[in-house]
Design a binder for this molecule. Structure first.
Ligand SMILES: [Fe+2]
Ligand SMILES: [Fe+2]
Length: 320
């Protein structure tokens, strides 16, 4: 783990509020237009250079993606959000976090559907919630923040913002209104769409993936509601928060596996400055209600230009 870990962790909403005020004072000092560099000092100059980046869907089961990741240059002052689908196996996640911990000052990870897959044929292999907990454990072992940890406060340029790693899953509600939930798989199959989650992503101990999603929505909503309402957020979730952001023309009937309508207005409700997601493997920047939505997928090897390197696919979230 790198030595520089100057993260402000927020243990309680009260602490958020206090930290917020301290940060605003410090940033006001740093960004006075006529401040001479000598007045800012070494620590301040570092803060001014800091960037918050994001990338998702590294899919390191593909050797090309894995090898290219090793070529990332060091970003000793920057933070990186990994927005899910790093890989299916704990050892893949561990390997990536080990590599990226040497390149970035702070890592923040949320699970994608692939991290939740059980691909091990051992009947005792963790499934569903247990697999999620296993991957959270891997991240924590590497000092990486997860949806189970206190939300960090970004105090660099573009801040202060609370970064909220979320795990919300999907509930099939991105299907058309005239398709019943029970008919989703058959409806998708009519146009040869399917999702391997139906085989590999167990909802245990929940009765279904939709039920797991509802449980995640409830706990997450409570945590976000406890934040000070005027403190901006960077909401991070593997799945897009809005149905109108799901534009996958090659497989439009994959949409039911892409999120939940329950989060349609979360960018407004929870004062989002930026919303980060992946999963679609369709990189985009969209705007809704003045909020920036970033889809930050790398994707499978045929979906990106290897000559540009992974570096070119790091999306600057803040200052942005
Ligand atoms: Fe993916
Ligand atoms: Fe995904």
């Amino acid at each position: 783990m790198p030595a520089q870990r100057a993260t402000t962790i927020l243990p309680t909403p009260r602490a958020v509020w206090e930290a917020d005020h301290r940060v605003i004072l410090r940033l006001d000092t740093l960004f006075q237009p006529d401040s001479a560099p000598s007045q800012i000092g070494r620590g301040g100059a570092k803060i001014m250079r800091m960037k918050l980046y994001a990338i998702s869907d590294l899919h390191v089961a593909h050797a090309t993606n894995r090898d290219q990741l090793l070529r990332l240059r060091p970003h000793p002052e920057d933070w990186l959000i990994l927005a899910g689908d790093v890989g299916e196996r704990p050892e893949q996640l561990a390997c990536v976090l080990e590599t990226l911990n040497t390149r970035f000052a702070r890592l923040i990870w949320v699970p994608g559907n692939h991290e939740l897959w059980t691909v091990d044929r051992d009947p005792a292999a963790p499934r569903g919630e247990a697999k999620y907990r296993q991957m959270v454990g891997v991240a924590r072992d590497h000092g990486v923040l997860t949806p189970e940890d206190d939300y960090p406060l970004w105090t660099g340029p573009g801040g202060p913002c609370v970064i909220t790693p979320l795990f919300l899953l999907y509930d099939y509600s991105f299907r058309p209104d005239d398709v019943a939930e029970a008919d989703v798989a058959a409806w998708a199959a009519e146009e040869r769409a399917a999702c391997a989650d139906e085989i590999y992503l167990s909802p245990e101990p929940h009765e279904s993936r939709a039920a797991w999603c509802r449980a995640r929505l409830a706990v997450t909503e409570a945590r976000l509601s406890a934040l000070p309402p005027d403190l901006p957020t960077v909401l991070v979730n593997h799945f897009p928060l809005r149905r109108d952001l799901v534009r996958i023309p090659r497989i439009p009937r994959f949409a039911p596996w892409c999120g939940t309508r329950a989060t349609e207005d979360w960018h407004r409700r929870f004062n989002a400055h930026v919303v980060v997601s992946g999963h679609l493997h369709v990189r985009r920047t969209d705007w809704r209600d003045g909020v920036r939505f970033e889809e930050v997928s790398l994707g499978s090897p045929r979906q990106w230009d290897h000559a540009r390197g992974v570096e070119a696919y790091l999306r600057e979230i803040l200052p942005g």
